[in-house]
Design a binder for this molecule. Structure first.
Ligand code: HEC
Ligand code: HEC
Ligand code: HEC
Ligand code: HEC
Ligand code: HEC
Length: 216
């Protein structure tokens, strides 16, 4: 004799599936929602006046970051390329492409292109590219796999906790200085250890988390 009717079985199954689904939803809400990009804008790629692709220009054509971001080693900001830099090539290749019309107009009227910013810090935070480059922090540590990006998207939150986590322990994030702009750099067995690079480049962490370093 069956203790449970087939209908009771059906109820039981429905209840079990319901419980599992509810659990999955809760887990999603607790673990995933706070870290997906709504607030942080991580992975967000703003529209641009010209759909410029790092993938084509960096990985495809092999251009170095410094060809376009000319000030990155010497100043606090990396700088955006002038229209003239684009035109060294695009007065020849893709000369008449509609996509590049804003570029030609900018050159003709001598008005710089207005790129929409992907990374911005609040005014009360001090940041300096040149020191990071000089100490062997690669561009991709902070800007992600930019050589694979068509439209540039935001790869890091730029939260204070993110800055601090590296300032407390930079060793694993360092690379030889001459590899700083390499978009697909990977540590190999012959790469000097992070600790060796810390010593070579005189990286000192004692005061690196002091408020005054970033809030001046
Ligand atoms: C041919 C010129 C060129 C080269 C080479 C180039 N970039 Fe760019 N980069 C641009 C242009 C144009 C923009 C603005 C459009 C955009 O955001 O994609 C830009 C934007 C960026 C931004 C976003 C800046 C912001 O906050 O809006 C980052 C980060 C960046 N580049 C990093 C790099 C890195 C790292 C390299 C080398 C691996 C590199 N770029 C090589 C032209 C270049
Ligand atoms: C060293 C030469 C060179 C420079 C400098 C250069 N480009 Fe290009 N660009 C090319 C070539 C070559 C192509 C064609 C690439 C292809 O089809 O794979 C191209 C393609 C493009 C395209 C078509 C879409 C694509 O990505 O294939 C756009 C848009 C573009 N470039 C914008 C720019 C802008 C904006 C700048 C300046 C910030 C710039 N380029 C600087 C050589 C250059
Ligand atoms: C330690 C992290 C870090 C490293 C390393 C880094 N950047 Fe940045 N980058 C930032 C931050 C943070 C901003 C936003 C700065 C601001 O708003 O003041 C930024 C902004 C930019 C911009 C926008 C223009 C500007 O100067 O504000 C470009 C372009 C750029 N970075 C390119 C590069 C290139 C190229 C490299 C490597 C040679 C590089 N960055 C290395 C953190 C980094
Ligand atoms: C991946 C590692 C890393 C990240 C991320 C990082 N930094 Fe740094 N930062 C360093 C290293 C390494 C130094 C050099 C320390 C030294 O000179 O001994 C440095 C130095 C600095 C300095 C100069 C300190 C001085 O003594 O003058 C400032 C300012 C700074 N960082 C701000 C920031 C801010 C703001 C952020 C986040 C938006 C940030 N950094 C994110 C690694 C990092
Ligand atoms: C390595 C760089 C760095 C250091 C060191 C640092 N901060 Fe910040 N701080 C930041 C950045 C970047 C932001 C902006 C974060 C954002 O936009 O969410 C920030 C934001 C803040 C804010 C605004 C908070 C908010 O949620 O809006 C306060 C307050 C602050 N920091 C206080 C401090 C104090 C106090 C110290 C010392 C104990 C300190 N910071 C050390 C980088 C730093």
């Amino acid at each position: 004799m069956a203790i449970f009717t087939p209908r009771a079985n059906l109820f039981m199954n429905a209840a079990l599936i319901g419980a599992v689904l509810l659990g999955a939803c809760l887990l999603l809400a607790i673990r995933v929602v706070p870290v997906i990009g709504y607030n942080t804008q991580e992975r967000f790629a703003p529209e641009q006046p010209i759909p410029f692709s790092h993938k084509h220009h960096v990985s495809g054509l092999g251009l170095d970051c410094r060809y376009c971001h000319t000030k990155v080693e010497t100043s606090s900001s990396a700088g955006m390329p002038s229209t003239a830099i684009c035109m060294t090539c695009h007065s020849q290749v893709w000369r008449n492409a509609a996509m590049l019309a804003p570029d030609r107009q900018s050159l003709a009227e001598n008005i710089p292109l207005r790129w929409n910013r992907v990374y911005t810090l609040p005014d009360y935070v001090f940041f300096d590219h040149s020191i990071h480059i000089a100490k062997g922090v690669g561009c991709t540590e902070c800007h992600g796999p930019i050589g694979d990006m068509d439209l540039t998207w935001k790869a890091r939150t730029l939260y204070m906790s993110w800055c601090l986590s590296c300032h407390r322990d930079p060793a694993p994030h360092l690379r030889p200085r001459d590899q700083v702009t390499t978009p697909d750099w990977r540590r190999t067995p012959s790469t000097p250890s992070g600790e060796a690079l810390m010593a070579d480049y005189h990286v000192h962490t004692e005061n690196l988390s002091d408020c005054g370093v970033c809030h001046r």
